[in-house]
Design a protein around this ligand. Structure first.
Ligand code: ATP
Length: 368
């Protein structure tokens, strides 16, 4: 396993475009770190710089305390699994998995043992004689992982390795990769644009946007305490609802005013937000923190809001409801499936005022 450090790493491509800016990231041994962000945010570029497939414009990358900026990919003791799997089409599964060991001059009996051990681990022993074109997508993905495992690297880098699988297989493969990480006790760095993949697999998640690292933390902390509007909106599905708002004092109380909304801030939070009275803010609340009052669980801090239902998506275990306030502002709620809301209906929903977020409009940072 490897301890990996990005120190002020920047990548500027030849055309002048800065794809990654001042990236600082410390990835512990044995960690499963997921790099997540929308298309084009610089995830792959970061991974390729670590793998040695892309040069670094400025800053340093260290693996186990050793600066690797100028080392070739082979000298870095890390294995990469690509989205395309990059299997050699003319070689059998066995030959694909054995290839890097042959290049290293590993003795034949050793190669046999290591390829068979990896194949057993992944449940692909029966496929060793097949060519890639005779495999399903899921099987190809396992071969690509197997090819990395046989090298027994200090770290695995994976670039969207599940994106070619159908939804069901992806869920299965996610669990398999998590198990594999536990079994191998090796550093995994995994790139995806899918926040569900990030939430379910990462021991920590690094969220990137436009080449800049936004926040690194455990999945739960990112979900509960996002640093800024981008992270708040990116993590969680459906996304957090946002409303432009201001904070207004009324007597001893403090209210969030957003168009037709007037929401009381709980007494214990008032002193925290007092300094921001008059500042334009963004009020955020997740669809899962908005309830049908009839089915609201105990322990929430409800504030009822009237809205018109526009669309209802019945998911079986919940209803996703698209709602509009009297001022036209739209938002989503995930409510109890017994609600049976219908389009056009005017309903009351409860915002849980123990679970809201406030950001400064200008900087989009969370209010301190
Ligand atoms: P995706 O999820 O779509 O793969 P990504 O987050 O992995 O996206 P990168 O592939 O790292 O993003 O690309 C980051 C940015 O750098 C993109 O805007 C891309 O167009 C740009 N880029 C990538 N390679 C080059 C290159 N060789 N020259 C110039 N710009 C590049």
């Amino acid at each position: 396993m490897a301890h990996i450090v990005f120190e002020q790493v920047t990548k500027q491509y030849d055309n002048g475009f800065v794809a990654v800016k001042d990236l600082n990231l410390d990835i512990g041994e044995d960690e499963f770190l997921v790099l997540v962000g929308p298309s084009g945010c610089g995830k792959t570029t970061s991974l390729r710089m670590l793998a040695g497939l892309e040069s670094i414009s400025s800053g340093n990358i260290y693996i186990d305390g050793k600066r690797v900026n100028e080392l070739s990919p082979r000298e870095r003791d890390i294995a990469m699994v690509f989205q395309s799997y990059a299997l050699y089409p003319h070689m059998s599964v066995f030959e694909n998995m054995a290839f890097s060991l042959q290049l290293q001059g590993t003795p034949k009996p050793d190669i046999q043992t290591r390829v068979h051990a990896a194949a057993t681990q992944l449940g692909i022993e029966a496929l060793l004689d097949r060519k890639p074109k005779q495999l399903s997508g899921g099987q190809r993905q396992r071969v690509a992982v197997g090819r990395a495992i046989v090298r027994d690297p200090a770290a695995f880098l994976m670039d969207e390795p599940l994106s070619n699988l159908d939804a069901k297989l992806r869920v299965q493969a996610r669990a398999e990769l998590s198990k594999l990480h536990k079994k191998l006790s090796t550093t995994f760095i995994y790139v995806t644009h899918d926040q569900v993949e990030a939430m379910t697999m990462g021991s920590r998640i690094a969220v990137m946007n436009q080449g800049i690292l936004q926040q690194v933390d455990t999945p739960q902390t990112l979900y509960d305490q996002p640093n800024n509007v981008f992270v708040a909106g990116f993590m969680g599905s459906p996304s957090m609802n946002f409303f432009d708002a201001t904070l207004k004092p009324e007597g001893d109380a403090l209210f969030i005013k957003a168009g037709a909304l007037r929401l009381p801030i709980p007494a214990e939070e008032r002193s925290r937000y007092q300094p921001h009275i008059g500042t334009p803010v963004i009020f955020g609340i997740r669809p899962e923190n908005i309830y049908n009052p009839k089915f609201a669980p105990p322990g929430i801090n409800p504030c009822e809001v009237e809205a018109t239902v526009s669309v209802v998506e019945m998911m079986g275990h919940e209803e996703i409801v698209y709602l509009a306030l009297a001022d036209g502002h739209e938002f989503l709620a995930r409510v109890d499936p017994r609600s049976r809301f219908t389009p056009g209906e005017i309903v009351r929903v409860s915002f849980d005022m123990n679970r809201f977020h406030l950001f400064e409009q200008a900087s989009e940072h969370v209010l301190a």
